[in-house]
Design a protein around this ligand. Sequence first.
Ligand code: ZN
Length: 248
Amino acid sequence: MYLAVLLPSLLALFALYKNKMTLPGLLAAWLMGIVITFCGGLYPFFALATTFILTIISDHLKKKDKDEKRTIYQMFSNVLTCTLCSVLYYIKQNDMFLVMFYSVIGGSLADTLASSIGSLAKGKNIDPLTFRKMKKGESGAISSLGLSASVVGGIIIGGIHYLGGGWAYEYLIIIIMSAFGSYIDSVMGAYLQGKFKCSKCRKIVEEQNHCNHKTKLIKGFAFMDNNTVNLLSNIVVFITSYIVMILR
Ligand SMILES: [Zn+2]
């Protein structure tokens, strides 16, 4: 029990030291980390910690305009669904919810790796549904390097479950579900996420305000930002992996 509080606290202290989160975001992540470790055990904590550390490393790879801190909305949209899986596992004591936990968090890591490593791709970026060429860095664009990175994300997270005593077929399900989650994230990023045009600098942006001006919606839905897309793709993986585990 004390480990369930101690380990997420150490991770939260590390996050505080790295200065990557707002205070409410940090508190939310800390609480969800305690719930996950208490309900799921050590291996789910390792999966959470691995995802967190690789996300920080990915931030360094990604060339961003400004180093943004993660907010409480980002923490909830990325961690709430897998927290729910760990609670269901605790209540039902059924391993299928553990596989769902790793599938959902694997999808998050796969998406993080796909977008950061994919942004380094020299080759062409394509639309996830029509396979037409897309601009580099545009939301939803996929590349072969990004796709490979998403599979690596699944291999890492599935490997943690395997080390924790999971079956080989569960390992395979987690790899496929993680890559699928990253792909769904790309499709929703390309087709549903709001894209706006700035009337000042004429750039296509994802913000409703740019250059101190309100931007104009040109694609997708205004309310669909990256957080909503992440939450929805987590929910899609939650449902899909549930169905797969029932039909297996
Ligand atoms: Zn602008």
